[in-house]
Ligand binder design. Structure first.
Ligand SMILES: [Zn+2]
Length: 241
């Protein structure tokens, strides 16, 4: 009897580690957006069609060889799918890590080429940054980017026009955790997430996979979401024509 109980316990342990079950945060559903240059995120635009308690996980500024692998592991451990907004300059130096994001079921867009303050650049310079980021994306993934997130969320009319014409979704945010301070602890980031969730109740969450404290804190942050009963919605886009 004792041997059977031990075997059953061992089997159960293996099964729960390998599968996505009720112990994980999981991904509740997927929203597939058209390539039509719409803009989402109540920071500046319309809300995504999310129910109360539904969140979209997004990560900016990568891929980072140091930190992104930790983020990918934390997401895989919780069976949670996210969207990564990549800088062209990091796509050129870490193409394999970027492709790993796709192969693990996440979606990817761009987040400028070199993360400039676009509002301080001439229209030509802004469009040049966009062209370089789009080219880096196409080189790595073989298709056009479906989505763009503005660096510092600083939008310009020139860029909004160009993105609309290129049928690239503008992905703003609904809530964030202000995760760019190197001294932030996991506790501080978890408290910020808690407070932002209580205020917004749903929406697109901005985090930074290139930020060390965020990568380290992510298992705890995902547990905060699970404990509060939030459901993860994954954003995808229709295939490029
Ligand atoms: Zn950024």
């Amino acid at each position: 009897m004792r041997l059977i109980a031990l075997l059953l316990a061992a089997f159960a342990g293996t099964a729960s580690a390998a599968a996505c079950g009720p112990d994980q945060l999981n991904t509740e559903r997927t929203i597939t957006l058209k390539r039509e240059g719409a803009a989402y995120g109540t920071n500046q635009h319309a809300a995504l069609p999310l129910q109360p308690g539904e969140v979209v996980l997004t990560f900016d500024d990568g891929p980072s060889p140091e930190n992104t692998p930790l983020v990918l592991k934390a997401l895989a451990d919780q069976c949670a799918k996210a969207t990564f907004f990549l800088e062209g300059q990091h796509l050129r130096t870490s193409p394999d890590l970027a492709r790993r994001e796709i192969s693990e079921g996440h979606s990817v867009g761009i987040h400028s080429d070199t993360h400039p303050h676009l509002t301080q650049l001439s229209p030509e310079q802004q469009l040049d940054d966009l062209a370089r980021a789009r080219a880096a994306y196409k080189t790595v993934f073989g298709v056009e980017t479906p989505a763009y997130r503005f660096p510092f969320l600083e939008e310009t009319p020139t860029m909004l026009d160009a993105l609309k014409q290129a049928n690239i979704t503008v992905a703003s945010i609904d809530l964030g955790i202000n995760d760019w301070i190197p001294e932030d602890t996991t506790d501080i980031l978890a408290q910020r997430l808690n407070a932002s969730l209580d205020k917004a109740g749903r929406g697109i969450i901005l985090m930074h996979d290139a930020n060390g404290p965020t990568a380290k804190a992510l298992p705890t942050l995902l547990k905060v979401l699970k404990d509060k009963g939030y459901k993860v919605v994954h954003l995808e886009w229709e295939p490029a024509p």
